[in-house]
Design a protein around this ligand. Structure first.
Ligand SMILES: *Cc1c(COP(=O)(O)O)cnc(C)c1O
Length: 424
């Protein structure tokens, strides 16, 4: 398609967009009395309007039924989380029994490492990407130390090449081969939070297995953004967060995926609690834990229903639309944004910025600003663009296909241009 950087062309794309009505399903923050141009769906997705109804229903059930809501609410609370497993499994490319919605992301990674990081003197190393998300770094460091090993020796990072802004799959594979039979675990962010790169999860998972390691993925920026096939890729385990692309609400619940092949293996250690034991006997208060032989057995506590409610509302939207349609629009709107950025770059005199996201990408373009940084970012925010800033000089733009319009991309370009010209 031949793109044009004009309002008329952007509007034409919007008219042809089969998802355009979904914009009305979301609340938009207002800046200067107008809907903001929202680029931070990769950080906190917008609120689906129907979320309120789901939360209100829980509040009313609680008011009217008290504890009886566990069994007699319209959506009973005792197995409320199970409603989220099937739609979530679709987003992950998993079987429903491989998925349990629970806890928050870093908490889940800790629990999953209880099962999948069991270092021995010989095999104790972990491979992750250089400059992984800080919470993941703290998590890995503290796990290694908990087992009595030295993080400097145990954690092996894969670096980007000098002068490049992305990781090469061959470098990840080479590192896996190099560490070989000392490798206990590969744990990488499936979509990098900083540059928006999508890792080749299938190939890397295969390579990790070949040297006898477990392979898990942090899907914080992947879930609800890219096509996932965790089951077919034979990924051992994964976790995600739902408040980014999945629009479930601030700090909301995460979940775990555990591959089928591990579900019936009772020799895998795990930290356990009453919600992980068999449903039929959960309330018999028996002293011994009985595995459900599903991902539910990693669940520890009874679920926070008020958090699950807006998450379920959002999954209803994902179920209605499906990932293939979202991905189709995502690719077009991101390409259009890229085009708009390139046009603006030509129109302003000096080279003012550079896109550092590689071609293997999902919804996010990371833009490295040259020269002017924070002031330009502040100008954008003041003029109706919500984006975010990452040190030292990067803004991240994620036009979530559920609610962003092509007109937003065009308008953003005009605001960006005015901001650059104002300062030069
Ligand atoms: C957003 C994000 C997190 C957040 O972790 P929480 O436990 O939900 O606070 C963790 N890891 C990555 C890679 C992220 O992008």
């Amino acid at each position: 398609m031949q793109f044009k950087n004009t309002l008329a062309f952007a509007k034409e794309l919007d008219e042809k967009d089969s998802l355009r009505n979904y914009r009305n399903e979301f609340h938009f923050p207002k800046i200067n009395g107008e809907d903001a141009i929202y680029f931070t769906g990769n950080s906190l997705g917008l609120q689906p309007k129907r979320a309120q109804k789901f939360v209100t229903a829980v509040m009313e059930d609680w008011a009217n039924l008290g504890v009886e809501g566990h069994f007699y609410a319209e959506k009973p609370w005792w197995d409320y989380h199970e409603r989220l497993a099937a739609p979530m499994a679709k987003l992950l490319g998993a079987k429903t029994e491989e998925v349990c919605v629970m806890n928050t992301l870093t908490v889940n990674l800790h629990f999953l490492l209880v099962s999948f990081y069991r270092p021995t003197k010989k095999r104790y190393k972990i491979i992750c990407e250089e400059k992984a998300f800080p919470s993941d770094q703290y998590m890995l460091d503290s796990q290694v130390k908990f087992h009595g090993y030295d993080p400097n020796a145990a954690i092996v990072t894969v670096a980007k090449r000098a002068g490049e802004h992305f990781w090469r799959t061959e470098d990840v594979l080479a590192k896996i081969d190099e560490v070989g039979d000392e490798l206990a675990l590969v744990l990488i962010g499936g979509v990098n939070y900083y540059n928006g790169q999508v890792f080749d999860m299938e190939t890397i998972t295969k390579a990790g297995h070949k040297v006898g390691a477990f392979v898990g993925w942090d899907l914080a920026h992947a879930a609800g953004n890219i096509a996932l096939n965790l089951h077919d890729w034979q990924v051992d385990f994964a976790s995600w967060c739902s408040y980014k692309y999945i629009n479930s609400g601030p700090g909301n619940a995460s979940g775990v995926y555990v591959n089928e092949k591990h579900l019936k293996d009772d020799s895998i250690p795990r930290f356990e609690g009453w919600w992980g034991t068999k449903k039929e006997s959960r309330f018999l208060m028996k002293p011994t834990f009985q595995s459900t032989h599903t991902a539910d057995s990693w669940q520890i506590s009874n679920p926070p229903i008020l958090a699950m409610a807006p998450y379920l509302a959002s999954l209803e939207l994902f179920d209605e639309v499906g990932m293939p349609r979202l991905i189709e629009k995502r690719d077009l709107i991101v390409s259009y944004l890229e085009f708009v950025l390139q046009e603006i770059d030509k129109e302003v005199e000096e080279a003012s910025f550079e896109i550092i996201t590689p071609k293997d990408r999902g919804c996010q373009l990371s833009v490295l600003l040259h020269g002017q940084g924070k002031e330009l970012f502040n100008y954008l925010m003041k003029n109706g663009v919500i984006t975010d800033w990452r040190e030292p000089n990067v803004i991240r733009l994620a036009p979530a296909p559920f609610y962003c319009s092509y007109e937003d991309m065009y308008r953003f370009g005009q605001i960006l241009k005015a901001g650059i010209l104002r300062q030069s």
